[in-house]
Design a protein around this ligand. Structure first.
Ligand code: AVJ
Length: 334
């Protein structure tokens, strides 16, 4: 099942190991057809991130309204020394959904001689490129890569990891993309791969004024709108779609009951379109739901962590209390 290549591999010479768990590729066609047949219509947010969508997301992280990324980065800078004390020397950092190299570098630079880094991602190509770059820049660090779907848990037992405390790094409020039950299952899945003394450092966005939240997901320059509407281009290009982006508009709404920002594509007029030969219609004002971004209070986050078998040992926020990082440890099993 798993296909472990140690450092000698000519393909990934800079890595100490590359473990290909052959995650099933997401099925864009099936998910889009099922989502459009549902009521209300919905498309999972994982499909935002093709090359164009990833470039747009990068642009989002620099927008004045999108406080998330810059706030988390500043927070990481501020709490670095404390993280070093909490983690201790020789920690092994594991990053599910290995993402922004800026964030992981901040963490590695803050820690006291970390022993290892393991990136985990569903896309092997992107993952190995990022991990090889880290391996070259951090010659004392053992670096491995796991090509896997982190939503089905972490299987680490067979890997040649350095001894030492494992720190899972899950920044960016990615946890907010999951509905409450799925978020709990995801964290519980992480917990199964952890030992006593291991920890998770996780970023979670906070509840704040709806105006601030809606602006963060509907910026003045229209970058978030372009990010949302890029799904339309992708469906048209890859799934033989006939959607007309000029007849849809980007909408961001705060759902107070569910404590989340929702993004939708809303029909400006009644319309019909095809995807892969199947006909769909939208009434005027009807929406395709494309993303949820859940926001937490300290209490709601603690409840989520507890439900997945963790204690929150420490939480940090910026002075304006926009965003939080939390340090979780597995609670002792009864
Ligand atoms: C990458 C999922 C954390 O929810 O804030 C940004 C994605 N969507 N703007 C978020 C996103 C629109 C982002 N996450």
């Amino acid at each position: 099942m798993t296909d472990l290549t140690l450092g000698q591999s000519p393909l990934h010479a800079a890595l100490d190991f590359f473990d290909d768990q052959h995650p099933p590729a997401g099925d864009f066609l099936r998910d889009v057809l099922n989502g459009l047949a549902a009521t209300p219509k919905t498309i999972p947010p994982v499909y935002f991130y093709d090359a164009a969508g990833s470039a747009l997301f990068d642009q989002i992280t620099g927008l004045p309204e999108y406080y998330v990324t810059r706030t988390e980065l500043a927070l990481l800078d501020r709490i670095g020394p404390e993280l070093a004390r909490l983690a201790g020397p020789g920690a092994v950092v594991i990053e599910p959904g290995s993402g922004s190299s800026v964030k992981i570098r901040k963490l590695l630079d803050a820690l006291d001689s970390p022993a290892g880094y393991v990136g985990l991602d569903i896309s092997g190509e992107y993952l190995t490129a990022a991990c090889e770059e880290l391996a070259r820049d951090y010659p004392d660090l053992q670096v491995g890569a796991i090509c896997a779907d982190f939503t089905s848990g972490l299987s680490l037992d067979h890997l040649p990891l350095p001894q030492g405390r494992r720190i899972l790094f899950f920044p960016g409020s990615t946890i907010g993309n999951f509905e409450p039950a799925a978020a709990r299952d995801l964290l519980a899945g992480f917990r199964q791969g952890m030992r006593e003394g291991d920890a998770i450092l996780i970023g979670a966005d906070r509840v704040k004024s709806p105006a601030t939240l809606e602006a963060a997901y509907d910026d003045a320059q229209g970058v978030t709108a372009a990010f949302n509407l890029n799904l339309v281009d992708r469906i048209n290009a890859e799934l033989n779609g006939t959607l007309d982006a000029s007849r849809l508009k980007h909408v961001s709404v705060w759902n107070a009951d569910k404590s989340r920002i929702e993004m939708h594509l809303e029909a400006l007029e009644p319309q019909q379109f095809e995807v892969a030969g199947q006909v769909f219609s939208l009434a005027k004002g009807e929406r395709i739901h494309t993303e949820n971004s859940h926001k937490f209070t300290p209490e709601s986050f603690r409840a989520l962590a507890h439900s997945a078998g963790f204690d929150v040992l420490k939480s940090w926020s910026d002075p304006a209390e926009l965003f939080s990082l939390h340090w979780l440890e597995p609670n002792v099993k009864a």
